[in-house]
Ligand binder design. Sequence first.
Ligand code: FE2
Length: 257
Amino acid sequence: MQVDPFLLFDHLGPVKWGPGEGIGAPDHPHRGFETVTYLLSGEMQHKDSAGHSGMLRPGDVQWMTAGAGVVHSELPSDAFMKNGGTLHGFQVWVNLPAHAKMIPPRYQDIPASRIPEAVSTDGKVKVRVIAGESLGQAAVIETRTPIMYLHFTLQPGGEIAQPVPEGYNALAYVIRGELRAGDECRIVHEGQMARFGGGNAVRLAVDNKTAEPADLLLLAGQPLNEPVERYGPFVMNTRAQIVQAMRDYHDGKMGSI
Ligand code: FE2
């Protein structure tokens, strides 16, 4: 998936691990973009070379701006490793504009209790506002690249026309249930992603006849329209910048944990 300004969408799990079986991503670098981790189940421990660390629990969000470069680790917590459990979450990579690729790294750790939530007047649409704005609630996270990241739960018969600024690229990923998306009410099944065609709102609905509610993530962002050169954990604008990133990492300039 590469839909400007999004570089990657990773659905983690759901996977059930026994005691001692959990796996994660030990020390590795990033430069030139942001990683956004949103957990629904399980427990992850994050650490980085800039001295940040945080624990992610269900409903929490970690917004990591790699900028000029960090080395970080993303691992199941000690308790999760010991007891096992179900890990379920998402990681999205958001590109940074050329002028912000070398900014100092930053962490925003937002516990579930601080993520704004709203419910429609008929009670059939619930939203968690991770980035952007919905149903009168604005996110607490600051994003470098203007984006929206909304987690909707729609009950059968629920419907919303979510405003999205003109020119944004918009995607919906269905976590569970069956969604009807867009003006044509196309069916989008669990595990599928829909891309919207433009306009200034996206229509999301769940049929009245459907037995189950639907959960989905709506991602939308202003395209950067800049060249993308990517190599593993580095995303820059030119090949020379990629070579420089690899050199800086090998020279230890991104630090260590
Ligand atoms: Fe990472």
